[in-house]
Design a protein. Structure first.
Length: 206
């Protein structure tokens, strides 16, 4: 699995580098210096221009999510350069982060501008809305043999159902990070015992 992730990262990084080099060629800029060897201050200026006119081969704007992935690709590439330098010199450095590095302030603004252009151009994919299910649907789910509270898997399935539908927990990562201390017992206005999300309660008081 890690091998597949590494191959996917290398493929993504190569695509970003190829896209950047293609832009340099079309802009009549010097392509003899590899991306990884461009000084950061000079790179920041180039990336400002790159994101300002970023379009695909058809001359269309990329979706804003793709723009962000390209930006992350540049950050990933130079994180790799830094790791190699640390391994070579044995000298630790402050982790490279493009969004906080002083050289890339204008670059970050160019990325946001490119994403705004994507929105105005209407190229972003519409987000899939969460399907709504009724009380009757919930009753049928809870009546299913796999959701019975007399076994561990049944309890787990019921918890996932209520965590996602009542507490709006989204995705496997959020579910994985949940802990017992994230919830507390309480009572409703009728005195019935109920489970409350500590995080949601805290958000209400902010």
């Amino acid at each position: 699995m890690r091998c597949n992730q590494k191959n996917g990262t290398m493929k993504s990084n190569s695509w970003v580098k190829n896209r950047f080099n293609a832009w340099r060629e079309s802009s009549k800029l010097d392509t003899s210096v590899p991306l990884e060897e461009i000084p950061l201050r000079e790179l920041s200026e180039l990336l400002c221009r790159f994101f300002f006119c970023l379009k695909n081969k058809k001359g269309e704007h990329y979706p804003s999510q793709s723009v962000m992935q390209i930006y992350k690709g540049f950050n990933r590439i130079f994180c790799g350069v830094q790791r190699e330098r640390i391994d070579s010199t044995g000298i630790n450095e402050k982790p490279f982060l493009m969004h906080t590095h002083p050289f890339f302030g204008r670059t970050n603004k160019s990325v946001l501008l490119a994403m705004e252009k994507s929105i105005k151009a209407g190229v972003n994919k519409a987000r899939r809305k969460v399907d709504y299910f009724t009380n009757e649907d919930e009753r049928k789910i809870l009546a299913h043999p796999l959701h019975q509270p007399n076994c561990a898997h049944g309890v787990q399935r019921r918890f996932v159902l209520f965590a996602t539908s009542v507490f709006f927990v989204r995705g496997n990562t959020e579910l994985w990070k949940l802990r017992a201390v994230d919830f507390c017992l309480g009572t409703d206005e009728r005195g019935r015992e109920m489970l409350r999300s500590v995080e949601k309660l805290n958000l209400l008081y902010l």
